[in-house]
Ligand binder design. Structure first.
Ligand SMILES: [Zn+2]
Length: 177
C-alpha cells in the first residue's frame, strides 16, 4: 500500500491513475483548432475562465506559480513511494505538472491542469469551512473531478476521469482509531 503524506496530497495521487480512455471506437476527434493557443500562462488564464463558466468560482485571481518538473520529482514531493502522480497543487507553493504533460496541445493534460486550478481556487474557500478535514478534502476532490469532466464534455472530449470516493475513508478517520 502506498503511504501518502497527507490527505490533501492523496487527492492528487488519484488524479492521473484514475483516467479511463473511452474514445477508442469513436470516430477520430476533430483536429485541434486551438493551434493559436499561446504559452502556458495564456492557457492557464483560459482555463480559469472555463472554470468560471462551469462553476461559481471567479477567474479574476492571481495566477498560481506552475512548475513543470520531471514526474519523479512530483512523486518524491507528494508520496512516500512511487505513486503515479502527474499533477499536484501544493498550497502556498503552486501547481506541479509532470514534464511529459502537454497542457497546450493535449486536451486531457489540459484538463489535469484545470483540475489543479480548481484546487487552487478551493483553497480557503468558505464553502468548505464547516466540514471535518477528511470530508473537506473529499468534497474538494469530488468537485474538482466534476468540473474536470464538465470541461472535457464542453470541449467534446470523450474522455472522463473517475472520482473514487473509496479513497477517502472519512468514517474510520472520524472514529480516531
Ligand atoms: Zn484533485
Amino acid at each position: 500500500m502506498v503511504r501518502i503524506r497527507s490527505v490533501v496530497v492523496m487527492l492528487l495521487c488519484s488524479v492521473y491513475a484514475a483516467y479511463t480512455l473511452t474514445a477508442i471506437a469513436q470516430t477520430a476527434t476533430p483536429p485541434d483548432t486551438s493551434s493559436d493557443v499561446g504559452d502556458l500562462e495564456s492557457v492557464t488564464r483560459l482555463l480559469l475562465e472555463n472554470i468560471q463558466a462551469l462553476s461559481d468560482y471567479r477567474s479574476n485571481v492571481t495566477l498560481p506559480p506552475i512548475f513543470q518538473v520531471p514526474q519523479y520529482a512530483i512523486e518524491a514531493k507528494v508520496c512516500d513511494e512511487p505513486c503515479n502522480v502527474s499533477a499536484a497543487y501544493v498550497p502556498r507553493e503552486g501547481i506541479y505538472l509532470a514534464a511529459n504533460l502537454d497542457p497546450i496541445r493535449e486536451p486531457l493534460d489540459r484538463s489535469a491542469l484545470l483540475h489543479e486550478l480548481v484546487h487552487y481556487l478551493q483553497q480557503g474557500h468558505p464553502k468548505f469551512a464547516g466540514l471535518a478535514p477528511c470530508e473537506r478534502e473529499r468534497s474538494k476532490e469530488e468537485e474538482a473531478y466534476a468540473i474536470q469532466n464538465a470541461y472535457l464534455a464542453s470541449i467534446d472530449s470523450k474522455e472522463r476521469v473517475i472520482f473514487r470516493a473509496g479513497d477517502f475513508d472519512c468514517e474510520s478517520d472520524g472514529a480516531q482509531r
